[in-house]
Design a protein around this ligand. Structure first.
Ligand code: B12
Ligand code: SF4
Length: 559
């Protein structure tokens, strides 16, 4: 078994350790769509850097008592860092860049380095908008170790494999191969779970979602199982190539276009990590396998892993009540695997279904899953696990009938017991095939983003709208209604789980699509189902909402 004793990162050990601050992606709307968690990427980097002898700390902007900007200013005033690293994603970029500017102002001599999704796909944008010295492409472990080694010896840091930097001709990328399976395993084992402040996140989430005020014990327990979760990543990337997805291209981009080799932890290594996580966080109730795809079609790991979990629970090495969540290929499911996963404690299985309309699935490069959707969702429900379906309601080239089919099916499967997370349209994340499609440029809506404290702004692609004007108008009208209702509901409900949000999408879509002649479920029924599922709502607000739903036609309320 891998561990801290024999490790592929041993060769990087140094006695000339430098001080490093790593800043996680900053999402001030944290927890709006998902339960936030400690930033796994920078924690894994910190573990590897510490192992090599560097003094690496993590600054997490998402779990602070006061303003993260003041806390970062304080941290940078307290001590000097040789390197400050900023993690970036597309949706958090304007906030990440504001922190990068702040760091450069506070410590102009520290090497300012960007990494993560957005930095890898769009280093030009990062150099244009913030005073970065260097961008790290792809997995940060080996490039960062080499940058620190060069820095310690006073050598130039530009030109190392796995980095990008500005030169006379623009921005130069120096590709680097992705981590080997062994390096991925060792980096994962070096992740300092013991230091990651999961308990602080849980306390905050329990308070902000007022878990103790929930009237029914079963609901309180269910919410606690959701909140008290720890995330574990056991895979380097998903090779499925969906046309809207950026993470499928992440490692190829860092390698300069070459296809990366898939690497993942084996069953024994997964089990060892589970035990370590439980020892570090004994109150954990759910472990979320964060892999883009946890179970593949030709999977030889899931069977032995489930057996090992069952045995470890029986022998008391893992708590009997420990539950699991994972995201899986729908076409990898069968009755045997589902039964094994249920027995091991998997209670929610995510599936990136994205759409029920065959034409949209083809456009998303997912046509092969279509025939597996219905039978395998039924099998999962029969096995007693909750399927969680991710959906994108429209694609750029879809027809109105495709949108209507998605709304009908989403309603059907929510009623059957599935959870559904919905997005109205494709978000053009840098690095996704669709974001690079020149034909879609005229249909891409941009948003002006401002970087706080700098006077800088830029125009960021925000949505790809359907080409067909009827579909585009319909989805925008549905979205406006959804946002109006959301504002109204937020006044009385602290957190709206995805089952409620998805019913709200359906509720808002019904009048728009019925008017266009599409068959839709009865609006009153969907409104009633919505009210029934609203968690922790007080009697008065319930009555007011009931009235609003009964009165309105589902269009945007005046909130
Ligand atoms: C788990 C996850 C979450 C979790 C937990 C996030 C967390 N705090 O760790 C939750 C559900 C909370 C979440 C939230 C969001 N997520 Co998220 N998430 C993921 C997911 C599935 C895995 C990320 C992960 O843990 N990977 C494993 C770690 C080890 O790898 P890593 O983070 O990439 O880090 C490595 C490298 O990127 C690099 N690196 C990263 N940072 C830095 C910094 C420096 C200085 C250096 C040198 C290197 C470096 O080195 C690391 C180690 O090798 C990815 C998809 C994916 N496969 O990446 C989406 C993904 C990253 N998320 C995404 C988004 C949009 C978000 C949200 C903005 C969504 C929202 N608000 O609705 C928020 C942002 C929250 C936040 N502050 O991070 C998008 C980003 C799209 C893009 N192109 O930018 C992704 C790619 C999913 C997608 N395709 O839509 N997310
Ligand atoms: S299955 Fe998921 S992670 Fe894999 S390419 Fe498709 S959207 Fe991306």
């Amino acid at each position: 078994m891998a561990g801290a004793d024999a490790n592929v990162f041993d060769s990087a050990r140094t006695s000339a350790g430098l001080s490093v601050l790593l800043i996680g992606p900053y999402d001030p709307l944290g927890g709006e769509y998902t339960f936030l968690a400690p930033p796994l990427g920078v924690w894994r980097l910190a573990g590897v850097l510490r192992h090599a002898g560097h003094d690496a700390s993590v600054f997490d902007p998402n779990c602070r008592d006061g303003a993260p900007e003041s806390a970062l200013r304080r941290a940078l005033a307290e001590r000097r860092f040789d390197l400050v690293g900023v993690s970036t994603t597309g949706m958090t970029l304007r906030y990440d860049l504001a922190l990068a500017h702040l760091a450069k102002r506070a410590q102009p001599d520290a090497l300012l380095v960007a990494g993560g999704m957005e930095a890898t796909f769009a280093p030009e944008t990062l150099f244009e908008l913030a005073p970065f010295d260097l961008v790290v492409l792809g997995e940060g472990e080996l490039p960062l170790l080499e940058v620190l080694a060069a820095r310690a010896e006073g050598l130039p840091v530009r030109g190392l494999p796995g980095t990008a930097f500005p030169d006379a001709a623009g921005v130069r990328r120096v590709p680097r191969a992705a981590l080997t399976r062994e390096a991925l395993r060792d980096a994962t084992f070096l992740t300092p779970y013991e230091d990651m402040p999961y308990a602080r996140y849980w306390r905050r989430l329990e308070q902000s979602y007022r878990v103790n005020d929930l009237p029914v014990k079963a609901r309180r327990e269910a919410r606690l199982a959701e909140i008290r979760s720890v995330r574990l990543n056991t895979l380097n990337y998903c090779p499925m190539n969906c046309s809207f997805c950026s993470s499928t291209n992440f490692l190829h981009e860092a390698q300069g276009g070459d296809t990366a080799k898939v690497g993942r932890l084996d069953a024994d290594e997964c089990l060892a990590m589970l035990k370590r996580i439980v020892a570090a966080h004994p109150d954990v109730r759910t472990i979320i396998f964060q892999d883009d795809i946890f179970v593949f079609t030709a999977d030889t790991r899931i069977g032995p892993l489930c057996e090992a979990i069952v045995a470890a629970k029986r022998s008391g090495e893992l708590p009997g009540g420990l539950q699991f969540i994972s995201t899986n290929r729908i076409d990898s499911m069968n009755a045997e695997r589902l039964a094994a996963m249920r027995a091991a404690g998997f209670r929610v299985l995510g599936f990136g279904i994205e759409s029920f309309a065959p034409a949209i699935l083809r456009e998303f490069n997912k046509a092969r899953i279509q025939r597996h959707i219905e039978p395998n969702l039924l099998l999962a429900l029969e096995a007693g696990v909750t399927p969680f379906l991710d959906m994108i309601l429209t694609s750029p080239r879809c027809a109105l009938g495709d949108l209507a089919e998605n709304v009908r099916q989403a309603h059907r499967w929510v009623e059957a017991g599935c959870e559904v997370g919905m997005y109205p349209y494709v978000i053009p994340f840098s690095g996704a095939a669709m974001a690079r499609d020149p034909e879609l440029v005229p249909h891409t809506v941009h948003k002006t983003q401002e970087i706080a404290g700098t006077g800088l702004s830029w125009s960021q692609p925000a949505k790809i709208l359907p080409v067909d004007p009827r579909v585009r108008d319909a989805i925008l009208e549905i979205e406006a209604a959804f946002e109006g209702w959301l504002k109204l509901l937020h006044a009385s409900v602290p957190h709206l789980p995805s089952r409620v949000r998805s019913l709200l999408w359906v509720f808002c879509a019904i009048p728009v699509l019925s008017r266009a002649g599409e068959a839709m479920p009865a609006r009153r029924d969907v409104g009633d189902a919505l009210l029934l599922r609203l968690p922790g709502i007080d009697r008065e607000s319930f009555a007011a909402l009931e009235l609003a739903i009964g009165d309105g036609e589902g269009e945007a309320p005046c909130a």
